[in-house]
Design a protein around this ligand. Structure first.
Ligand SMILES: *[C@@H]1O[C@H](CO)[C@@H](O)[C@H](O)[C@H]1NC(C)=O
Ligand SMILES: *[C@@H]1O[C@H](CO)[C@@H](O)[C@H](O)[C@H]1NC(C)=O
Ligand SMILES: *[C@@H]1O[C@H](CO)[C@@H](O)[C@H](O)[C@H]1NC(C)=O
Ligand SMILES: *[C@@H]1O[C@H](CO)[C@@H](O)[C@H](O)[C@H]1NC(C)=O
Length: 288
C-alpha cells in the first residue's frame, strides 16, 4: 500500500476526511441491503444518529447528494446512516410478512442491525437515534417505528404509508389498494394491529412521529395521511382529531396538526408526491 493510501484511510477513520463510506460487516443481513455512513469531521463523543432512507429508484449516494442531511450533519455533528435497497427498482421491502416483523430477517431488520452496529462501533447515544424517509423510505420509517420502538427516539416520514398498508405477502410488492387510498374499510383498531403485530407484547416508550403528506399526491393517495393518523392515534391512545392545529405552518398552505405529545401531522395543500424536504424543521423536531 502506498503511503498516500495509508494516510487517507487513517484520516477517514478519524473522520477528518469526511465522506460517504460503505460498511460491509454490520451484522446479520439476509436481505443484502447495503450500509453507508457519513461521519462528519470533529465528531463529538456520544453522537446522535440519523438514518436517512431513500425513495424508490434511489440509492444511498443519491440520497446523500440530494438531501440536506450531510450539510446538517457537518453543522450539528451527528452520524448519518444511508441504507441502500437491495431490491430491483430500488424500492424497500415494505410488503412482506418478514419485513413487517421485528427481527424477521428482511430489509427492516437489516436497517435495525445497521443502527445496532453503529451505536456500538461509534459509541453513539442510543437515546438519540432518528429516522427520516421519503416515499418508500417513509413507508420503511413507519415499519421501523412499529417493529423497533426501542431503537428509535423519533421518526419523520414524507409521503409514506401506515405500517402494514402495503402488505402483499411478497417482497417489495406494490399494493395498489393502499397507494390508491382504497383501504377505508379498515378500522383504527385494525390499523393499530399492524403496529402491535410488528413487535408483540411491546409496552415501552414509542418514538415521537411526524408525518408529512401532500393533498394532491397521485402516487400515494392523500387518504394515506388519514390511515397513518388513525394508526398512530390509536397506538398512542390519542383522540382521532387534532388537539391543536396551525394553518400555514411551517409554510403557506401547510397545516400542522398536533394529535398529542408524540404525534404531529403536516398536510400540505396543493403538494404532490414527494413533499419537499424541510431539513431545518426536521432538526427542530428531532432536537438536533
Ligand atoms: C409515516 O410514518 C409513520 C411512522 O413512522 C407511519 O406509521 C405512518 O403511517 C406513515 N404514514 C405516512 C402517511 O407518512
Ligand atoms: C384490492 O382490493 C380488491 C377488492 O377488495 C381485492 O380483491 C384485492 O385482492 C386487493 N389487492 C390487494 C393487493 O390487496
Ligand atoms: C410490560 O411488559 C413487561 C415485559 O413483558 C411486563 O413484565 C410488564 O408487566 C408489562 N407492563 C405493563 C404495564 O403491561
Ligand atoms: C381525512 O380525514 C379528514 C377528517 O376526518 C376528512 O375531512 C378528509 O376528507 C379525509 N381525507 C381523505 C382523503 O379521505
Amino acid at each position: 500500500m502506498k503511503l498516500s493510501h495509508l494516510l487517507l484511510s487513517s484520516l477517514s477513520v478519524h473522520g477528518i476526511c469526511a465522506q460517504l463510506q460503505e460498511i460491509t460487516n454490520f451484522g446479520s443481513n439476509p436481505s443484502k441491503a447495503k450500509m453507508f455512513i457519513y461521519i462528519p469531521a470533529d465528531l463529538p463523543p456520544n453522537p446522535a444518529i440519523l438514518v436517512g432512507v431513500h425513495y424508490c429508484t434511489g440509492t444511498a449516494r443519491g440520497y446523500y447528494n440530494g438531501s440536506p442531511y450531510k450539510r446538517l450533519s457537518d453543522e450539528k455533528k451527528f452520524l448519518v446512516i444511508y441504507p441502500e435497497s437491495p431490491n430491483s427498482g430500488g424500492c424497500w421491502d415494505v410488503s412482506s410478512r418478514a419485513t413487517l416483523r421485528r427481527d424477521g430477517g428482511a430489509d427492516s431488520n437489516a436497517i435495525a442491525n445497521m443502527v445496532r452496529y453503529a451505536v456500538d462501533r461509534y459509541k453513539a447515544d442510543p437515546a438519540r437515534v432518528y429516522v427520516i424517509g421519503e416515499s418508500s423510505g417513509g413507508m420503511m420509517a413507519s415499519i421501523l417505528a412499529a417493529a423497533y420502538p426501542d431503537l428509535f427516539a423519533a421518526v419523520i416520514n414524507y409521503s409514506g404509508v401506515a405500517c402494514g398498508c402495503f402488505f402483499t405477502d411478497s417482497v417489495a410488492g406494490w399494493n395498489s389498494n393502499c397507494s390508491g387510498g382504497r383501504m377505508n374499510h379498515l378500522t383504527p383498531e385494525q390499523w393499530a394491529g399492524w403496529v402491535y403485530d410488528a413487535y408483540p407484547g411491546y409496552n415501552g416508550t414509542r418514538p415521537r412521529m411526524q408525518i408529512y403528506h401532500g393533498s394532491v399526491d397521485t402516487t400515494i393517495a392523500p387518504a394515506n395521511y388519514n390511515y397513518s393518523i388513525a394508526q398512530w392515534t390509536t397506538v398512542f391512545g390519542y383522540p382521532g382529531v387534532p388537539v391543536e392545529e396551525s394553518a400555514d405552518t411551517p409554510e403557506g398552505g401547510y397545516t400542522t396538526q398536533v394529535f398529542g405529545e408524540r404525534l404531529t401531522g403536516v398536510y400540505a395543500k396543493g403538494v404532490g408526491h414527494g413533499v419537499p424536504v424541510h431539513g431545518d424543521e426536521d432538526m427542530k423536531f428531532f432536537g438536533l
